[in-house]
Design a protein around this ligand. Structure first.
Ligand code: MSP
Length: 528
């Protein structure tokens, strides 16, 4: 089995993850499941970003010890992921020893190459972004009056004034790597997907790469610099290394990390707001530490979505929580609507009304009702086999499964099209059902046999469309496994690596297969 390693950003642990955060986990989950079914040995990492000022401040405001506070948030995040059926295999916390060890190792190495230097400077810091700001990054909250008074400068994302800090900090010589980073971009023009995001980042790289601070002086919380215990590592420097911490297998006799084979196949799913950190700073950090071969293979940069036309924010009423959507609508509906219906090449709007429509029409009616109708009719006729009618077999359903095509769509971040193609199998099956009307044929002895053959063929179509949607419709996958009652099909589980790597393909290619039908409703009607 080939290794495959996908990651999500690690989420700030100042509050429980909301739906906007979870979106990268949903994307990564579809990738992880798809690749498992294509015989890859998958590591899927997610986790929490914990070593920052804002975690400390929020914990203190709640009168809690910071570690106790972080443990609570992590427990909540893990519960959200469980409810949403996110099939991660490693949850990394940046307060763990394994991460401290790795970050200190990289810092020491970089220090020894002379790429870290000290500088005293005065700057603005937004703890809510955990980022340094320049005046030009800020906006004025209120206009200046005639005397030029007022007009507080605030961070545009959090509408809060940044702190002014004067510190002796360590800086990373990003500027030294300007040419190497440019060269890397020229050579790897598929590095960022979708392609237009690559162009965006490239123009930033071509503009100017400025050294950045990698430490904080007056903070007691974080990873101490190995060469200056009085300072801690700047949260972004440590966070960007989490992906490699996960795949450290062990340290050799000279203290150098030895990575799992997955390290070189790493890909990231992330939001557009953090692409610069990932796509520019980190490649240079790895170059400086002599770990250039572990720059990820690809970074999938996603869009931002608004909710019912409004920017989602924890301070507004419209923060959505995925666990509420799962309870009120459905896990599959949430994933399907998000990835199928909202285009990924631009910012989109997540509408609860539309979510309800997608659930009721595309999933409950066209998909769920098809399965219920066909299996009920077939069970009544004591049908025990699904089978293909060669002349009818819709090429579209089979072709979509080819590994090449599936991988092409995934590797170019075309999840919309991936889902749309696969859902077309549902439309094909409904059209077939409507055209053949087996329920009518069954009533007449002269057409009965034909009606039975239609039902058997429809059972085969249901098997195909269920397998095709296994990476994203995980709830209904389990339900249809129970309804069809085929032993081999029941053994497939995309949540973990396949123990029998060819199982999925074998079941997909079965043209005749036993069923033990237990008809049931696939998607329940919801009250909302
Ligand atoms: N801790 C950093 C990431 C460090 S990775 C080394 C961070 N955390 S976060 O919790 O603030 O955000 C995590 C992800 O959520 C980001 O990728 C961000 O783009 C995403 N989103 C937050 N709100 C979003 C939407 N409304 N829509 C889509 N994605 C959004 O940043």
């Amino acid at each position: 089995m080939k290794p495959y390693y996908i990651t999500t950003p690690i989420y700030y642990a100042n509050a429980k993850i909301h739906f906007g955060n979870l979106y990268t986990s949903i994307i990564a989950d579809v990738y992880a499941r798809s690749k498992r079914l294509l015989w890859y040995d998958v590591i899927f990492a997610t986790g929490t970003d914990e070593n920052g000022q804002k975690m400390l401040q929020v914990a203190e405001a709640q009168g809690k010890n910071v570690m106790e506070f972080l443990d609570e948030i992590v427990a909540q995040d893990k519960e959200v992921m469980q409810v949403c059926d996110i099939s991660y295999t490693d949850f990394i916390r940046t307060t763990e020893d394994r991460h401290h060890t790795f970050v200190q190792h990289i810092l020491q190495k970089t220090y020894e190459t002379g790429d870290i230097y000290q500088w005293e400077y005065e700057w603005l810091y937004c703890i809510w972004c955990e980022a340094f700001k320049k005046e030009s990054d800020l906006i004025r909250l209120t206009p200046l009056d005639k005397e030029g008074i007022g007009g507080d400068l605030v961070c545009p994302d959090h509408l809060k004034a940044p702190e002014k800090i004067k510190e002796k900090n360590r800086f990373f010589r990003l500027s030294k790597y300007e040419d190497k980073v440019k060269e890397f971009y020229k050579k790897n023009n598929n590095f960022i997907q979708p392609q237009y995001r690559y162009n965006e980042i490239l123009s930033f790289v071509e503009w100017w790469l400025e050294d950045f601070s990698i430490s904080r002086q007056n903070s007691s919380f974080g990873i101490p610099l190995p060469f200056d215990e009085s300072s801690v590592t700047y949260i972004w420097y440590d966070a960007l290394l989490n992906y490699l911490t996960v795949v450290v297998d062990h340290y050799d006799e000279s203290g150098n990390p030895v990575f799992k084979p997955h390290a070189e196949s790493m890909v990231h799913a992330l939001g557009k707001d953090i692409s610069r950190f990932h796509a520019v700073y980190r490649p240079a950090m790895l170059m400086a530490a002599g770990l250039e071969q572990y720059i990820p293979k690809q970074e999938f940069v996603g869009w931002f979505f608004t909710v019912d036309g409004q920017k989602m924010s924890k301070s507004l009423w419209n923060t959505l929580y995925a666990e509420d959507l799962v309870r009120d609508y459905d896990r599959d509906a949430m994933v399907f609507y998000l990835l199928y219906d909202i285009p990924q090449w631009a910012d989109g709007d997540f509408s609860l009304e539309r979510l309800k429509n997608v659930y009721e029409s595309m999933l409950m009616w066209w998909r769920g009702n098809l399965v219920s109708r066909v299996t009920k009719l077939a069970a009544k006729e004591w049908i025990t086999q699904g089978r293909v009618i060669a002349s009818e077999a819709k090429q579209s359903i089979l072709n979509e499964m080819t590994i090449k095509k599936t991988e092409e769509l995934l590797d170019t971040a075309n999840l919309n099209i991936y889902l749309q193609n696969r859902y077309s199998a549902v439309q094909d099956a409904n059209i077939y059902m409507q055209n053949q009307a087996p329920w009518v044929k069954l009533k007449d002895e002269s057409t009965r046999a034909d009606g039975i053959a239609n039902l058997q063929y429809l059972l085969w179509m249901i098997k195909q469309l269920t397998l095709l949607s296994a990476p994203f419709l995980t709830n209904s996958f389990k339900k249809v496994q129970e309804i069809l009652g085929n032993d081999l099909l029941s053994q497939i589980n995309s949540s973990t690596n396949l123990s029998d790597p060819t199982l999925f393909e074998r079941v997909f290619n079965l043209t005749e297969f036993e069923v033990n039908l237990v008809p049931d409703v696939v998607y329940q009607k919801k009250d909302k």
